[in-house]
Design a protein around this ligand. Structure first.
Ligand code: ADP
Ligand code: MG
Length: 246
């Protein structure tokens, strides 16, 4: 599902966190959002998700469109979005299986599938994240990387057409991050989903993204292929930002 946003602004008090962002993302793209801390990445993602309302006035009419259809009025649960956050907490008292099944049991507006059907679906998802053998474990019995994979499977359970990831691997150690990003790229090639992915890790963006968007002080500084952004920075800011660990 393609995503288009127009005139998104978000002011907290008098502080402009996101300023006049418009962009189009084609179906199937994996887009990385990069930028220093506080540049508005999470706020932008939350507005796409419907978790945050963009500023609206006579002068500024914000729009979020999925597949050309405005979703501004739609509640989050009806947008068909899957989320994964850095500290996505799994339900502690539920097994891996139950955590993944949860999203299938409570699908608003949909008939609850039969139990056999849920079982089958969860098995398929566990296979996809390669955690079949850990279905009966509880979150505290998993490594950080395994937990994030379960969080991803839970997000995928509702068959989202848009996947929004906010520093999903940020809390993990380097080797696990490398494994997970490779896996995310592979998954993206296998299922038809459009993803926006916030990361702190430039290498991660370069490695897996189809497109990289660099934000600074709430605005888009540069938007292009990883190659363009890293080899042909268009502004002094991007030049200084790329290659620097922030
Ligand atoms: P990033 O994800 O790029 O680090 P954020 O989108 O989280 O940036 O935040 C952008 C700016 O907006 C920051 O200065 C942050 O302090 C501010 N901000 C974010 N959310 C809120 C909020 N709910 N209330 C007030 N200020 C906020
Ligand atoms: Mg953030």
């Amino acid at each position: 599902m393609s995503i288009e946003i127009r005139n998104l602004n978000k002011t907290f008090g008098t502080f402009p966190a996101v300023r006049d962002v418009s962009l189009k993302i084609e179906t199937g793209q994996l887009v990385a959002l990069l930028g220093p801390s506080g540049s508005g990445k999470s706020t932008l993602l939350r507005m796409i998700a419907g978790l945050e309302k963009p500023d609206n006035s006579d002068l500024i009419q914000p729009e979020v469109l999925f597949e050309g259809v405005p979703v501004g009025h739609k509640p989050v649960r009806k947008r068909g979005v899957g989320f994964v956050f850095q500290h996505y907490s799994l339900f502690r008292h539920m097994t891996v299986f139950e955590n993944v099944a949860f999203g299938l049991r409570v699908r608003p507006g949909k008939v609850r599938p039969a139990r056999g059907e849920i079982d089958k679906k969860v098995r398929t998802l566990l296979e996809l994240i390669q955690l079949q053998s850990l279905a009966g474990r509880y979150p505290h019995q998993l490594s950080g990387g395994q937990r994030q994979r379960v969080a991803l499977a839970r997000a995928l359970a509702v068959e989202p057409q848009v996947l929004l990831l906010d520093e999903p691997f940020g809390a993990l150690d380097a080797q696990v991050r490398v494994d997970l990003r490779t896996w995310l790229r592979k998954l993206h090639n296998e299922i038809n989903v459009t993803s926006v992915f916030v990361t702190h890790d430039q290498e991660e963006a370069l490695e897996i993204a189809d497109r990289v968007i660099i934000m600074n002080k709430g605005r888009i500084e540069q938007d292009g292929t990883p190659y363009d952004v890293f080899h042909a920075p268009e502004t002094p800011f991007v030049m200084g930002f790329i290659g620097n660990v922030n």
